[in-house]
Every structure is written in structure tokens, then in C-alpha cells.
Design a protein around this ligand. Structure first.
Ligand code: UN1
Length: 495
């Protein structure tokens, strides 16, 4: 039996105003997992009205009390980790070890954000006048709109939801249409943990309808979005019209530099994991490997041998290394990029094809792990985000050239260098234009207590998780308390 799910508005599970639904396919088997409501603008309006009420009670609840709900939610997530991971592999495709990691990341951020209930530090400082006290406090934004991607079906929603809740906001949450069930499970857990009605409202549906209505709603004071650069630019434009807070986590074209002095075994493992983990569908995925010419031939040969033996298949099977890609459109996009790479003159070393369902017995959306070599830094396959299992090898002859190539992109999310030379490692930290740099580790695998995000086309200055998580969802207020019992004039009373 295919499960049906509704929208959550003001604590009630309700049908959408459009009367339309959409399906949620398992990308490995193409079985339909669930039927979801296709929400409309009216549903967003209703959700915002409910959230305004929710905001009043929630923002007035002391932060440590709000945190208790999050602590309970973290414990429930922990208890259900295995069930959620299995469901996530069915809904999103990535292998079970990785979906367990995804749930763990949600558990981690939930505990972390709950801890903020007893921190949320402001500052106290001095005053230029006598008998006057100065400090800052953090205030919630109000009703915020959270728009999540499908590649981390529970971790990324949790990155957004948990700090927003700890800070006292009310939420309109639009899950990704490829992975709505995991989002619904998360919201159910929050309700079970005691979150009052109206504090989180969930509206499923398309970006073009529900996403747009959220971004344009005048009573939503902040938007947090993870997704493509193109959509991010549009959202930022819309938010500027209403002077709305917007935080964006967009694409990446993440490089790994492998120097001639690197531990090649370690680098090889890291590049494989970075490029083909999550079937290359991470914003942090390794999509360019920049090889020093001295180790190019050896590294390329070994990479080819290792890529050849990767097993593609259903992520529920223990022998699978690489799961399916998320949907048909994505499969076609990856195939198009392979063609572009060939036309641009890059050499296809391995892979490059959609896996034939008939021949392989794999009914879903599978693509061969693919490596291009002889890639030039300006080729489109080295510049544009493909979001699939496609890796480009670029050769350089010096450390300086490696940095130049690494920075030759509109994005700046994650990056890595493999080297045994301390000077190169520190220089890379200094010179690579990115929000994250790893030394002797792959581009994926950020931990939740560090800020996550990027520069240039990857974002607009905000960071998720870490101590910045609370800043994403709060305004800072400066407070002056004058206990002199007379009018004191700053800048004017100078004695
Ligand atoms: C993403 O792909 O948008 O660092 C998030 C990582 C994960 C999060 C990735 N912890 O790869």
C-alpha cells in the first residue's frame, strides 16, 4: 500500500487547496513510495497565519525550555536512526552507511542547537558615559521560510530547522519534492517531542508554486535556501524587494589538489570517496582533481583501476558502493555533460554512460562512475556543477598553478590538498578561495559544530551550523540602560 501524506498547518494534517498530488519514487527501483499533496499559494498563506500564532507563544517561551523539545527530538531521532536510514535509502538512493551518516548529522545538529538554549550569547561592553550599561541580545526573526534540497534529506532540513527553533522562530518548511517523506518524519518527531502547533508548518509541492509563494510572502521575514545558483540568484532578487533576510547555500565545483609529495594511497582513497560518495550528489563533492604532473600517470592509472571495481546498485545492498542518481532529469543532465566534455576535447577515461536497465537488471536511474582526463581548467565540465558521479582530472606543473586552477571557478564551497609539505598545506589554507579547506582529507565530511558554507557563487556570506547557525536565524539588538537618572548625550557630553 502506497502511503499518503498531507500538509501540516497549525498542528493539523490537511489536504492542499489545489486537490493535486505527486508521487515519490524510489530511484533505485522506480517503485512509488508515497503520494504527496501538491500545495498551492493558499496553503502557504494559511501556513503563515498559523505560524504567526505559533511565533507568539514560541518566542515567549524561555530558550532553555524550547531547547528541551529539541533534546527530546534528538533522542527520538537516535532511537529511530536505523529505520530512518533505511527509508532514506529507499527515498533518495544513497547507500545505507551514508544514510546512517545523514541521520547522525541531524542528531548532532539537534543536540548542538538544543545546547544553544543555554548559550545564545550576546555581548556586554563598556559605555562612554557614566552610569550606563551596554549589551547586545539576540532576537528571533519571526516567521521564516526554509527550503531544503534532496541530497541530505534529514541532515540539511535539521541544519535549518533546529537552530531556527532554538532561536525562537516559527517555520514554514518546504521539503524537496524528491525526498518529502524524510522531512515529514522529522516534523512528526518534533511534534512528538512536544513542539506546539503552528511553530513548524510543512507545505509540500513544487518550487515554482510553493517555493515561490514562500519567498514572496510579505510576512515571512527570513529565507534559508539550499540548492542551485540559478534559483539562489532569483531568491536573492525577490528577497531584496522586501528587505528580507536570505541565507543561501548554493553549488560547488570542489577541487582536490594532489601534490607530488602527497601520500598517494591516502589521496586516492580520498578522491574516490569525495567524487563518488553519494553518487557525486553533494554540494561538497570532489568534481576536479588537480594533479601535479610528476604523479599524474601513476595516480591516473591507479584511479582508473579503483573506479573500475566500484559496484553500482541499490543502496540497500551491502555490496553496493555507488547508488542511483535522484531522478530522470538529473540522469539526463549528467549524460549531457559527458557529451559536452567529449565535444570540448577531454578524454573519457572510464564510464560516461547511463546504465541500461535491460542489460544490467537495474531498473532505476543509474550512471557509471565517470572520469575525464586531459581536462582544461576553462572547459564547461571543469566549471559547471554536474551533481553526479563525474570527475575531471586537470594536470599542473607547480603548486602556484594548482592554486590558480583551484580558484578558477565561480564557486567557493569546499576544497582539499594532499601534501606532506607543511608549507604547501598552510599556503593552501591561505590561498584557496573557499569556505572549507581540508588538508589530507577529502572535500566531503563537514562536522556540525563548524560553520558550513562558501564564498563567491556558493553563498551570500551566511554559514549554517556551528556558532553561526544561531546568527542565521536571529537579529542582534543593541541595548543601552542608563541608570544616571539624568539625560546623558552620547558624543556630546564629553567630560
Ligand atoms: C551538501 O552537500 O549540501 O560535508 C551538504 C559534507 C556533508 C554535508 C554536505 N556533511 O559533505
Amino acid at each position: 500500500m502506497v502511503q499518503e501524506y498531507r500538509l501540516l498547518i497549525g498542528g493539523e494534517w490537511t489536504d492542499s487547496s489545489t486537490g493535486e498530488t505527486f508521487d515519490d519514487l524510489n530511484p533505485a527501483t522506480l517503485e512509488n513510495l508515497a503520494v504527496l499533496q501538491a500545495g498551492g499559494r493558499e496553503d502557504v498563506d494559511r501556513a503563515v497565519e498559523a505560524a504567526k500564532k505559533g511565533f507568539k507563544t514560541w518566542s515567549e517561551t524561555p530558550a532553555p525550555k524550547r531547547a528541551e523539545v529539541l533534546f527530546r527530538a534528538a533522542r527520538i531521532l537516535q532511537e529511530r536512526k536505523e529505520d530512518l536510514a533505511v527509508l532514506m535509502t529507499q527515498e533518495m538512493g544513497k547507500v545505507l552507511a551514508e544514510t546512517r551518516g545523514d541521520v547522525q548529522e541531524a542528531i548532532d545538529i539537534t543536540y548542538y542547537a538544543a545546547g544553544e538554549g543555554r548559550r545564545m550569547f550576546g555581548e556586554t561592553t563598556t559605555s562612554e558615559l557614566k552610569d550606563k550599561f551596554c549589551m547586545t541580545v539576540l532576537r528571533p526573526l519571526g516567521v521564516v521560510g526554509l527550503i531544503a534540497p534532496w541530497n541530505f534529506p534529514i541532515a540539511i532540513p535539521a541544519w535549518k530547522i533546529m537552530p531556527a527553533l532554538a532561536a525562537g522562530n516559527a517555520i514554514i518548511f518546504k521539503p524537496a519534492s524528491d525526498t518529502p517523506v524524510l522531512s515529514i518524519k522529522l516534523v512528526e518527531i518534533l511534534a512528538e517531542a512536544g513542539l506546539p502547533p503552528g511553530v513548524i508548518n510543512l507545505v509540500t509541492g513544487s518550487g515554482g508554486t510553493v517555493g515561490k509563494a514562500i519567498v514572496q510572502h510579505p510576512d515571512i521575514r527570513g529565507i534559508s535556501f539550499t540548492g542551485s545558483l540559478e534559483t539562489g540568484k532569483w531568491i536573492m532578487g525577490e528577497c531584496s524587494k522586501a528587505m528580507k533576510r536570505v541565507s543561501l547555500e548554493l553549488g560547488g565545483k570542489n577541487p582536490v589538489i594532489v601534490m607530488d609529495d602527497a601520500d598517494l594511497d591516502l589521496a586516492l582513497e580520498g578522491v574516490l570517496w569525495g567524487a563518488f560518495g553519494t553518487t557525486g550528489q553533494r554540494c561538497t563533492a570532489t568534481s576536479r582533481v588537480i594533479l601535479h604532473e610528476k604523479i599524474r600517470d601513476e595516480f591516473t592509472a591507479r584511479l582508473l583501476a579503483k573506479t573500475k571495481i566500484l559496484r553500482v546498485g541499490d543502496g540497500l545492498l551491502p555490496e553496493t558502493d555507488v547508488g542511483p542518481v535522484i531522478n530522470k532529469a538529473q540522469l539526463e543532465k549528467i549524460q549531457r555533460y559527458v557529451k559536452i566534455g567529449e565535444e570540448e576535447g577531454a578524454t573519457l577515461l572510464i564510464g560516461g554512460k547511463t546504465i541500461d536497465p535491460e542489460l544490467s537488471g537495474l531498473p532505476g536511474y543509474f550512471f557509471e562512475p565517470t572520469v575525464f582526463t586531459d581536462v582544461k581548467p576553462d572547459m564547461r565540465i571543469a566549471q559547471e556543477e554536474i551533481f553526479g558521479p563525474v570527475l575531471s582530472i586537470i594536470t599542473v606543473s607547480s603548486f602556484e598553478e594548482a592554486i590558480e586552477v583551484a580558484n578558477n571557478t565561480q564557486y567557493g564551497l569546499s576544497s582539499a590538498i594532499y601534501t606532506e609539505n607543511m608549507v604547501n598545506a598552510f599556503k593552501a589554507i591561505e590561498k584557496i578561495e573557499a569556505g572549507i579547506t581540508y588538508v589530507n582529507a577529502p572535500t566531503i565530511g563537514a562536522e556540525v559544530h563548524l560553520p558550513f558554507g562558501g564564498i563567491k557563487g556558493t553563498g551570500n556570506g551566511f554559514r549554517e551550523a556551528g556558532t553561526d547557525a544561531i546568527r542565521e536565524f536571529t537579529e542582534v539588538k543593541a541595548v543601552y540602560i542608563d541608570y544616571s537618572r539624568k539625560l546623558q548625550k552620547a558624543q556630546i557630553d564629553t567630560d
